[in-house]
Write a protein that binds this ligand. Sequence first.
Ligand SMILES: C[S@@+](CC[C@H](N)C(=O)[O-])C[C@H]1O[C@@H](n2cnc3c(N)ncnc32)[C@H](O)[C@@H]1O
Length: 314
Amino acid sequence: MQVGHSPVMPDQVMQSLAPAPGSLQIDTTVGGGGHTERILEAASPDGRVLGLDADPAAIARVAERLGRFGDRLVLRQANFRELAEVAPAAGFGAVDGALFDLGLSSFQLVDRDRGFGFRAGGPLDMRFDTSRGVPASDLLATLDADELAALFRRYGEEPAAWRIAKAIVEARRAAPVDSAEALAELVERVVPGNPRHKRRIHPATRVFQALRIAVNEELDALEQGLAAAVDLLRPGGRLVVLSYHSLEDRIVKRFLQAERRGCTCPPEAPVCVCGKQPRLRLVTRPSLTPTPEEIEANPRARSARLRAAERLAA
Ligand SMILES: C[S@@+](CC[C@H](N)C(=O)[O-])C[C@H]1O[C@@H](n2cnc3c(N)ncnc32)[C@H](O)[C@@H]1O
């Protein structure tokens, strides 16, 4: 089977980002390069793209696949939380657009060496960048039941967090829970599906999501990446974010609202003393979702939500 990653909501992303010829764009999550390629085509003949990914395998893949664009595509293996340093160093200190397509790619999901997917299996690592942090199996081996339950609740909104955490602590007395198969099987045992209900999602989905978010510190990275992107945008520049679950989307929504409002004084303050000006205007109000046709053709798009904003002169 050939693995590929279809870019999500490609038409809506391109309409929201609106990359003009000659513009400078940042794709903070190149993945398989699907969006990057479209941006480069729309910004031809001379627009340039800085493409980042925390995963070196993604950078290597896109370098080969999109090599034909020559020096119009600059690739860096970096976490977008480092955008404030990486972008100016690469010559992208003031840009016309920034895209965040969050989460993981289909390439990562099916990679048996990474443990991202309960269907693919493999050692439970889950790091986008394996040179940093600790693998998910270390968290399962060292956190106590309270800490594991808190992690599953906080990052997975998992209702059975405590039961799953206790089962992990019991199971690891006999053998480490260090493979995606072992974890998926344990969760299925603790939270069996109702055979009469056709399950919408696999019972281990939320636990896998929670571990991935924790291992990669995804929510902190998102806050830092968004803040840096707005600083880099020129007036009229666009920020476009595709998120895939409510925790991510909540951060994006609150961030955009705060930048749209500007003033951060408490509501009871009679006059503004912070002096902060609005820096963004919302382009999508409130957000866009994929069409039923896209979800049918690409089930990975099903939970996607697109939010976009434009940088004001402030
Ligand atoms: C959904 S995929 C992007 C797919 C891409 N837009 C395409 O069309 O092929 C998300 C990518 O973001 C990367 N990623 C996730 N968090 C990141 C971060 N904080 N910094 C940089 N890359 C990140 C992942 O490694 C993954 O390759």
